[in-house]
Write a protein that binds this ligand. Structure first.
Ligand SMILES: Cc1cc2nc3c(=O)[nH]c(=O)nc-3n(C[C@H](O)[C@H](O)[C@H](O)COP(=O)(O)O)c2cc1C
Length: 221
């Protein structure tokens, strides 16, 4: 199954936070955005818009806000000291170091794609009250992931990030986006990975899957 090219791309898509200087072509970004647009959304509402940032000055401003947001977020992180095994500990340490690196070098990524979500009424109501049909952002993140998977298929690395939301007002003002109409769903840096793509450490699917009834498991897939 994993010899299938699409499955192989999905399995080796992970957060890439270190990039080479190699430029990313606008045409490549456009392919990824067309793939993003094919994602599903509730009622086909498609609440997403994109701002692609390649201008060094704008990237630099976004980079400063990203670092400020990450610095603040990082101080809230409790130090994790208990791990299942050394592989998990090493993976955690690498992730922390890579996140810090991205916060210090965001503007060096060849392109930054800001995924916006329209602020539109989303909770339907009838005589019985409001209906929970799921959150509106559930209609944006499939597009973000489609973008990341398409990028991977083109040999480009991405990382889905959200801490920039801490500075939504400043970032939207910099981009000229009306804050009363949009919020930031994600900021995704794009570039050639400085390292290699690989299969990230995750819980095995079998460990979190139940068949027909909660508790009925099938080991080993
Ligand atoms: C909703 C969401 C928000 C995230 N926000 C950030 C972020 O702000 N900064 C960051 O460096 N990574 C962010 N990540 C990336 C995760 O940290 C990453 O997917 C996770 O550590 C697994 O990394 P791996 O694919 O390399 O194993 C976010 C991921 C998701 C799904």
């Amino acid at each position: 199954m994993e010899s299938n090219a699409v499955i192989e791309s999905i399995m080796t898509t992970r957060a890439i936070r270190r990039f080479t200087d190699e430029p990313v072509l606008d045409a490549q970004i456009e392919i990824c955005l067309r793939a993003a647009q094919q994602a599903p959304s509730g009622g086909n509402v498609q609440p997403q818009s994109y701002v692609v940032v390649t201008d060094p000055d704008v990237k630099s401003t976004l980079g400063r806000w990203y670092r400020a947001a990450f610095d603040r977020y990082e101080r809230t992180l409790a130090e994790v000291t208990e791990f299942r095994d050394e592989a998990q500990a090493e993976s955690w340490r690498r992730g922390v170091a890579a996140s810090r690196h991205l916060a210090d070098h965001l503007a060096a990524a060849p392109a930054l794609v800001v995924f916006l979500m329209a602020r539109i009424p989303w909770t339907p109501r009838d005589d019985h009250g409001e209906m929970d049909i799921g959150r509106l952002d559930a209609s944006v993140y499939p597009a973000v992931q489609n973008f990341c998977l398409a990028a991977r298929a083109l040999g480009l690395g991405t990382a889905l990030t959200t801490v920039i939301r801490i500075h939504t007002a400043e970032v939207l003002a910099e981009l000229g986006v009306p804050e009363d109409r949009f919020e930031i769903a994600a900021l995704v840096p794009v570039g050639r990975p400085a390292g290699n793509f690989g299969v990230a450490l995750r819980k095995p699917a079998a460990a979190v899957t139940h068949w027909n009834h909660w508790g009925d498991r099938r080991p080993g897939f």
